[in-house]
Design a protein around this ligand. Structure first.
Ligand SMILES: Nc1ncnc2c1ncn2[C@@H]1O[C@H](COP(=O)(O)OP(=O)(O)OP(=O)(O)O)[C@@H](O)[C@H]1O
Length: 765
């Protein structure tokens, strides 16, 4: 009788929620339609014609409507996922976007709004103003289930204090098969993650947490939250997210659009220097040297070594007479011009003394030497040189190939690419610039000219770019002109905002509008503009798998964010890069002193307890002082080991992969290997994806090295030859820890020569 009563109460609750959710979708349709009509209207108002001001006005509102439309089309799935009832008797619904009804009453609260916060933070021991939290499960536009938590203090028991927020909904989310793409977790954010997500914008926040603690997911939701809460600052400057590799970026790429955020640049360290897309990594001994801050001095010395004076006097033979023979101009007479050694030294010292970048100071050096040459020319021709003529005499000499070549030898115009490739290819140059390194370290840097750029080169290119600068007199003049125009445009944009009342809607400030509309040309998004500009100052930078960055890479990151507003996410127990972090303090203190705060995430949402036990044995051997995270999942299949011969491996592996895939029904499987074994195993499993292609993650099975698998997760993990992973680098233990903790459901370790002692828990197999 009682059960029937409760089931009919449930049916009634479902019906009531369905009617509310249907109303929300109707509202969404209406708002979407309005935005579409408005956009059509703007487009209908004509092409490129009209005054600059009319065009600007049209673009402003078209842009806003398009933005709103993009936001509204991203929220169809799971529009509303939560409801809270508070002690005042009020009820609020939480969703992916804020919506108002026709009378302007708020009917849905954006998950990032302060009013939504209790939904994420209430716990049985500290429910805040809530008496109930409800998770709504929807399929399409239909409400298919509800999970309630009633905060009744009188009945609270001790274990409740550790209860997860919305446990039933969380567990349902975690049990789903992996899709190869990370999804958003707005419906099930946990209290400790919420604190990270909503932490203030200013300063640097380090989020340290073991594998699977939701660092990545929290960091991405933080990006969306910051763009919502600090739209004015961040929309203009953009947010940069740096991840470990392209596959990882693809894995996380759809989370932000699903959160409605577009002003974010996703990139890797290998792509931080515009114009270079490095993916290959150097071998550990080279990576170690290139990641060391002693390279700052090496690059600086390499630049200074390119500012030379001749051993004796400078002598240049310039043509004085040419004639055309057979249609070709040939030199028939030359004259020697020279500048004394001491004068050359003075020219160099004066150019250096301004402490400007090399390519900018070059102009000074060149001007001094050209003046000296011009004076010598006048003397030799016995022709007085008036002060006013000097400029023209210098210009004429600068047009002479021989003069240019002579000056280029002494103080060449250098791109960062040229500086470094010539340095690494020239033993004598390396000996001079890298005198502070040992011979073995110098040898690790040496390589032939034209070698492809590696990820570890990128911070060095960036360092060099800072020292070299641009010979940018023209660029600066253009910039000044653009700035003038921009000021005018900004003034106008302010008026537009004022007239249209947009300012109150906190959508975009006048500066941002002016940025979009400079030279009346293409309207680039902040993200597009930022990506092209090495000196772009981002409003906030998020670094994921941050433990992998070298000290040199941190210098590059810090140049991108002068405001030092960062979220740094990682786990120092997972560091596998040779020059990666041993501790956060060692990496960050040089840039942030002690002005960074640390949050720790302690719960592992990915790896089941049974698999985590194996991982913890490995962790203890490589980082005994690191606290392993607590798994919320258990009851999975026990992890196992299989001993096979090499011949058997080829036969058994495809079978194993098939049977494991059948076991999970739906989901993804990864075979993880040491770098050297990857090719062979990939050949054994032709059906599995193995190259780093865009769709590799969509394949049911994939063969990856541990480095490639960083930050990813799979329902099933098969590790081939753990001993080889352990032995492949000094950080092999960390690699094995990473490999084991990629599994969300099943783990099999396949080996030929016996298990390494650290995996003895898995038995002899
Ligand atoms: N609050 C949550 N609700 C639902 N799923 C969650 C939640 N927090 C984390 N997860 C899931 O747990 C898994 C691990 O999260 P994530 O990849 O962010 O962890 P991580 O700390 O970055 O791990 P690693 O250090 O191993 O890269 C993901 O599938 C993520 O969606």
């Amino acid at each position: 009788m009682e059960r029937r009563a409760s089931s009919s109460a449930r049916t009634e609750a479902l019906r009531a929620e369905q009617s509310y959710v249907s109303m929300l979708y109707e509202r969404l349709d209406a708002v979407r339609e309005r935005a579409e009509t408005a956009l059509r209207h703007e487009h209908g108002r004509g092409g490129p014609g009209g005054t600059h001001q009319a065009r600007l006005e049209r673009d402003v509102s078209a842009h806003e409507h398009a933005r709103r439309l993009a936001q509204l089309s991203g929220v169809e799935r799971g529009l509303c996922f939560g409801r809270v009832d508070d002690v005042e008797g009020d009820t609020y619904y939480i969703g992916r976007v804020g919506l108002r009804d026709a009378r302007d009453e708020l009917v849905l609260i954006d998950w990032r709004a302060p009013a939504a916060r209790p939904f994420y933070t209430a716990t049985p021991s500290d429910p805040g103003p809530l008496v109930r939290r409800r998770h709504l499960h929807t399929r399409g536009r239909t409400v298919v289930g509800l999970d309630d938590e009633v905060f009744d203090l009188a009945r609270m028991s001790e274990p409740d204090r550790r209860t997860l927020v919305g446990e039933a909904a969380l567990m349902a989310a975690l049990r789903r098969g992996r899709t190869g793409r990370m999804g958003d977790v707005v419906a099930t954010i946990q209290a400790e993650q919420d604190q990270v997500i909503r932490s203030g914008l200013a300063g640097a926040l380090v989020v340290q947490g073991g594998p699977g603690t939701g660092k990545t997911v929290a960091a991405l939701h933080r990006a969306a939250y910051l763009l919502y809460a600090h739209r004015r600052t961040l929309e203009r400057r953009g947010v940069l997210v740096v991840g470990p590799n392209a596959m990882f970026l693809r894995y996380i790429g759809q989370v932000l659009p699903s959160l409605g955020e577009t002003d974010v640049v996703l990139t890797t360290v290998g792509e931080l220097y515009p114009g270079v897309r490095a993916t290959a990594a150097d071998e550990p001994r080279t990576a170690l040297v290139k990641g060391d801050t002693r390279m700052v001095e090496v690059v600086r010395a390499a630049v200074r070594d390119r500012q030379r004076v001749p051993d004796g006097d400078l002598s240049v033979w310039v043509p004085t007479k040419t004639s055309v023979r057979g249609g070709v101009e040939v030199v028939v007479e030359r004259m020697e011009l020279s500048v004394g050694h001491a004068a050359c030294e003075r020219a160099r010292d004066r150019a250096r003394a301004v402490r400007g970048p090399h390519n900018v100071a070059r102009k000074l050096f060149v001007d001094s030497v050209l003046s000296a040459l011009a004076l010598d020319e006048a003397r030799r021709l016995d022709r007085p040189l008036e002060e006013g003529d000097l400029h023209y005499a210098r210009q004429a000499l600068w047009q002479t190939r021989e003069v240019r070549e002579a000056l280029d030898l002494l103080w060449p115009y250098l791109t960062p690419q040229r500086l470094l490739s010539e340095l690494f290819a020239d033993d004598a140059a390396l000996r001079s610039a890298a005198a502070s390194l040992s011979p073995a370290e110098r040898e690790a840097l040496a390589r032939p000219a034209g070698s492809p750029w590696t990820v570890e080169d990128v911070p060095l290119l960036d360092e060099a770019a800072d020292l070299l600068g641009e010979d940018d007199a023209e660029a600066r003049a253009a910039e000044r002109a653009a700035a003038r125009e921009r000021d005018e445009a900004e003034l106008y944009a302010r008026e537009v905002l004022h007239i249209s009342g947009v300012a109150e809607m906190e959508i975009m400030d006048a500066g941002a509008l002016a940025d979009r509309h400079d030279d009346g040309g293409d309207a680039l998004t902040t993200a597009q503009r930022a990506e092209r500009d090495r000196l772009w100052a981002y409003g906030h930078v998020i670094v994921d798998e941050a433990q992998e960055l070298s000290a040199m890479a941190w210098r590059t990151i810090m140049r991108r964010v002068p405001a030092r507003s960062l979220t740094i996410v990682g786990d120092v127990a997972q560091t596998s890069a040779a020059a990666g972090a041993q501790s956060w303090g060692a990496m960050l203190d040089p840039h942030l002193k002690d002005r960074w705060r640390e949050a720790r995430l302690l719960v592992n949402y990915r790896t089941p307890a049974e698999i985590m036990e194996v991982a913890v044995d490995v962790l203890r051997s490589v980082a005994p002082d690191q606290e392993p995270p607590i798994s919320v999942r258990d009851g999975g299949a026990p992890p196992r080991a299989m001993r096979v011969t090499r011949a058997e491996l080829r036969r058994l592996l495809p079978k194993l992969v098939r049977s494991e895939l059948a076991e999970i029904g739906e989901g993804r499987l990864a075979v993880l290997t040491a770098d050297t074994r990857h090719g062979e195993i990939a050949a054994t499993l032709p059906e599995a994806a193995s190259a780093l292609t865009a769709d590799a993650l969509d394949s049911p099975s994939v063969v990856l090295t541990v480095t490639q698998a960083k930050g990813l997760e799979f329902d099933v993990v098969v590790i081939v030859e753990p001993g080889e992973i352990l032995a492949q680098s000094p950080k092999g233990g960390q690699d094995l820890y990473v490999a084991i903790t990629r599994a969300t459901r099943r783990l099999t370790v396949v080996h030929q020569d016996g298990l390494p002692p650290v995996l003895s828990r898995l038995g002899a197999g």
